[in-house]
Design a protein. Structure first.
Length: 339
């Protein structure tokens, strides 16, 4: 959004020019305002900069809030016709290795926390009103966890370190069974109305047995989590992101692979999927909160500046000086002499 920035820059230029003119007028009466020294205090010298910065911040914040689309908070959810629904079908690896902490830019996040960040990033850039999310958990088998929900809090709770692997018997991760379960669920949806997202740290995949996706699946994204180069010891072996296997799955499903360990899924990749509506406003995460903060900051600076100048604008304090009573008592007393 360039309009708020342009208006803020315009106010910055105009306010700077006005302060320059005002500075020339102050010089003419500097002796009256600041005393014989004709110099303001530190607060007085900083006042023009505070005024300019406060005005620019206030204008940018208010303009941004005015132009941002309003966030809807409805008490009753409006039902969407099945033929108009968009579906996000998530196949989530919940094996114990997803709890290892070697993911993220710092390498200290758990793989499940990184999976949550990837999913939240995708959802934040898609149209929420018609988006229905279905989650299939996969470990030593596959279990549907939630189907066609629009309540994002349910998704957040599922991804918030919930030990879903305890619902399965211990064993090897079977990603193909998760994909088969996803294909069964999506079979009843309209053609090209769903996007399949698989998030995993990778697993060996047999040469045959890849399930065929129904016509409702129009786009496939496979995102890998975990350190792809350095393994972490678990259950008698070193576990790391198997990018080659995940890329193979994406290729066999006709989709795209993304290494999400350090970077989130690019918007261009989501748009290439073609089956999920991406928010075209390119709004940055937290932009509304930043606009509110800048509005409050600019308003506070402009409101408090007169008080600052009143109490600390000048070091000159004209008028009679009050002498403390103790000093008066300590002064030498004149006594009359009698001759």
């Amino acid at each position: 959004m360039t309009t708020p920035l342009l208006l803020a820059l315009a106010s910055l230029v105009l306010a700077t020019g006005a302060e320059w003119i005002h500075l020339g007028r102050i010089r003419n009466v500097a002796a009256l305002a600041f005393g014989p020294g004709k110099k303001p205090s530190l607060a007085g010298r900083a006042a023009p900069l505070i005024r300019i910065a406060g005005l620019a911040a206030l204008i940018w914040g208010l303009t941004t809030l005015l132009l941002l689309p309003p966030a809807a908070h409805r008490s009753a959810v409006k039902e969407v016709e099945p033929k108009e629904r968009q579906h996000l079908l998530l196949v989530l690896d919940v094996s114990p290795s997803m709890r290892l902490r070697d993911a993220g830019a710092t390498g200290k996040e758990s793989r499940m926390a990184r999976a949550r960040a990837i999913l939240e990033s995708v959802i934040a850039r898609t149209a929420h009103d018609k988006l229905h999310t279905t989650v299939v958990a996969v470990y030593n088998g596959a279990k549907p966890v939630v189907e066609e929900t629009r309540d994002l809090e349910i998704i957040h709770n599922l991804m918030d370190d919930l030990p879903m692997h305890q619902a399965f018997e211990s064993g090897k991760t079977k990603l193909l069974e998760g994909l088969a379960e996803a294909a069964t669920i999506a079979a009843k949806w309209p053609r090209e109305s769903a996007t399949l997202v698989l998030i995993s740290d990778g697993d060996s995949v047999p040469a045959t047995g890849m399930p065929k996706m129904p016509p409702s699946i129009g786009g496939v994204l496979v995102a890998g989590v975990g350190d792809p180069s350095k393994g972490t010891f678990i259950d008698g072996h070193h576990s790391r992101q198997d990018g080659a296997t995940l890329r193979q799955i994406a290729t066999r499903l006709g989709g795209e692979y993304h290494d999400g360990n350090a970077k989130l899924v690019p918007t261009a990749m989501l748009e290439r999927l073609g089956t999920i509506a991406v928010d075209g406003t390119k709004r940055l995460p937290g932009q509304r909160e930043l606009a509110i903060f800048m509005t409050a900051l600019g308003s506070t600076l402009l409101a408090c500046l007169p008080l600052l100048l009143h109490f600390a604008g000048s070091r000159w304090n004209p008028g009679p000086q009050r002498i403390p009573a103790r000093r008066i008592s300590e002064a030498p007393q004149l006594t009359a002499s009698h001759h």
